[in-house]
Design a protein around this ligand. Structure first.
Ligand SMILES: *Cc1c(COP(=O)(O)O)cnc(C)c1O
Length: 331
């Protein structure tokens, strides 16, 4: 299944196609958040937050799913996806926009916020399996049986091209950036960032971030092979068990580095977003900031874009973030 990666002109076409369908999200600097980074040891770092937590459906994934379905359409039997949540919401939202039926397979015991949202968007939800790998196999089976289109969360050129419009906006809205830090699950966000920066801003270092407990993309990038790994992270958006060919191909040459952060560091970064930027990030959405706070030396003195990729946090998750300690927010 060798797919051609999207090109910069595919990204520009996606931007045109998506106009009016997605939010041009803010890219915002917060002095109080910079203070948190400085206190963590990232001296003179200046952060710019790309607020995809304020995107339709609460994550950047709306861009990819909409671009794919607006471009390719959906077969009459509809589309099938598998997801821990945000890809599901994005697909359900996009399917409703083009009037196609949509079925989503989720692992058992999903984040209730996300499950409710998917159902509210009119999709059928099937709960199957303990993790995303099992859910994916079941989704493939359902799609084949129904003659529906299975939409992968990563190996889809139109999806990556749609997601890439977020990086285009960020570059236009912020002027000079030294580094762009992007959370990685399947890798569409980071692959898209690599594609856009290499075409339009080659001086920007793109740094990927994954959870220590689910390092499949990280390990695939480091070893140069598509590997599978266990999934032991609370950050659903990062909980992917294998590397994907399309996105790894773009990241291989495009990423300057790939860092890992643990779940407690992610909770502390969510805390920092809540208190210093007054914004709600889900775990995956806070991973890029967590990387800056846990690897401060690498970001000292640099202007750093951090993608706040999603805001669909459950109440439990927010409680944990609020009671987590360790990010000193200077008074
Ligand atoms: C899916 C997701 C990610 C990871 O994105 P990939 O494109 O799969 O690498 C990060 N953050 C959030 C909020 C997500 O929903």
């Amino acid at each position: 299944m060798d797919q051609q990666p999207p090109t910069p002109s595919d990204v520009l076409a996606a931007r045109h196609r998506l106009a009016g369908h997605v939010v041009r999200t803010p890219a915002t600097a917060y002095p109080a958040l910079d203070d948190v980074a400085h206190a963590a040891g990232a001296h003179d770092t200046r952060l710019v937050v790309k607020h995809e937590n304020l995107q339709r459906t609460g994550s950047f994934k709306a861009r990819g799913a909409l671009n794919l379905l607006l471009h390719q359409g959906a077969p009459p039997a509809g589309i099938v996806g598998y997801s821990t949540g945000n890809h599901a919401q994005a697909l359900a939202h996009a399917a409703r926009q083009v009037g196609a039926p949509c079925t989503i397979v989720m692992p058992q015991a999903p984040n209730p916020v996300k499950e409710r949202a998917v159902r509210a968007l009119g999709a059928d939800v099937v709960l199957h399996g303990a993790d995303l790998t099992t859910a994916a196999a079941h989704a493939a089976h359902l799609a084949a049986a129904r003659d529906a289109r299975l939409v992968s969360a990563a190996d889809e050129p139109d999806l990556v091209a749609g997601v890439a419009t977020a990086t285009l906006e960020l570059l236009e809205d912020t002027g000079h950036l030294d580094v762009l830090v992007v959370p990685v699950g399947g890798g569409s966000g980071a692959a898209a960032a690599c594609l856009v920066t290499s075409a339009f801003a080659p001086h920007v270092d793109v740094v990927g971030v994954q959870a220590t407990g689910a390092p499949a993309a990280h390990d695939s990038w480091r070893t140069g092979h598509l590997v599978t790994r266990p999934i032991r992270t609370r950050a659903e958006g990062l909980a992917t068990g294998r590397g994907f060919a399309l996105t790894q191909g773009l990241m291989r040459t495009g990423l300057a580095d790939f860092l890992l952060v643990d779940d407690d560091a992610i909770s502390r970064a969510q805390h920092a977003y809540l208190t210093a930027a007054r914004t709600v990030a889900e775990g995956a959405g806070a991973a890029a900031l967590a990387a800056v706070l846990t690897h401060p030396d690498r970001f000292a003195g640099r202007r750093v874009g951090v993608v706040c990729s999603g805001g669909n946090a459950s109440p439990d998750e927010l409680l944990r973030a609020l009671t987590s300690t360790g990010t000193a927010v200077p008074a």
